[in-house]
Design a protein around this ligand. Sequence first.
Ligand code: PMT
Length: 404
Amino acid sequence: MTGQTGVPCTMQGRNILFGVTGSIAAFKAAGWVHALAKEEAQVSVVMTRSATRFISSLTFGALSGKQVYTDMFAEGEGEAMAHITLPRSTDVLLVAPATAQTIARLAHGMADDLLSTAVLACTAPVVICPAMNSNMLAHPATQRNLDILKELHYLVVEPASGLLACGDEGAGRLPEWDGVREILLGLFADNDLAGQKVLITAGPTREPLDPVRYLSNRSSGKMGYALARTARRRGAHVILISGPVQLDPPPEVDIVQVLTAREMEEAVREHAGMASVIVKAAAVADFRPKNASEQKIKKAGADLYLELTANPDILADLGRKRKDNQILVGFAAESNNHEAEGLRKLKDKNVDLMVVNDILGEKTGFDVDTNQVTLISHDGVEQLALISKEETANRIWDCVISLL
Ligand code: PMT
């Protein structure tokens, strides 16, 4: 029914040539190398001579588990042709941090050290992460060199702003790893959702009881946010309608924050018309207190009885009013009868795919990083293994693409 389309967009097994230059931010690059190694990417680090003044090559060797290259002519560093063999086998060449000096050299095609020579020899994508003092970054010479790099189709990542090592405040900080990781995964992903406008709902809703209390559920938003991140990587235009969660918005995704089921309904109604794919991963409250109190409810006696009234069923509504050629994906949070319940909801709500997850599993469902779902479509049923929510999301997109 789904089969995997294209190459899975993960870091695992990817060859990454990681250039480190002489900036105080080199210590952050060590964290990046560690993160990549943890995701089983194959990282080969090339350091400029000035980088070794900030951090030892031993550090990168220990973190990457591979030989570190610092000098094209050093004896005993493995291949004498490292400047050719390294870029030849890489999926991406990442220079982070990239100093003003390195940026100037790369802009002018210099090849006076191993890193600059490897960049010239590299036919894979080159990603540059500038990091330096704000004034140096703003200097016309640096800006002109950055423009040249962009003209050379190097992918230049905007520096972050904030407190710099020199004590100045401003642009020039190395960006956070999460954003750069997204860029790399986007380079690796098939662009197989390009042109698709995808609407995703995520997280819980909050149904007020009084100014202090509300009814909600344990949804963390992780499943929906993984769907948004992976769809964006695969080229989709993503609108994410999110209940209250503790997650950073995925990069380059349009996010709409809501609290109640009725606010979510309104936001979905506003954006559903333009979407070619709608995925309802949010845990929408089925009920809300019938009479929310404007004042804090006081304790009066032992028991308090709540009268609840039904919230709109957003998915069912979408199923009734669906556009031609629109793909509708629902989730089912079940504790038993998973397949039967999934099939029932597939028909009752008139959707193309139901993603059924077991909410009683220790590593599935609410507020965990993994899931084990059953994909139910009119073509059949497929039970996925216990995998990350990010990989689950990729498998859901594989299925959606087969339905498009
Ligand atoms: O957010 P996480 O912590 O990562 O947890 C993920 C998840 C368990 C929340 C997610 O995988 C999931 O199962 N989401 C759907 C939860 C849910 O509301 O399931 P349900 O069986 O009650 O609803 C069925 C479908 O109808 C869902 O697509 C839901 O979005 C939708 N629905 C439900 C009620 C309602 N009033 N309107 C709706 O649109």
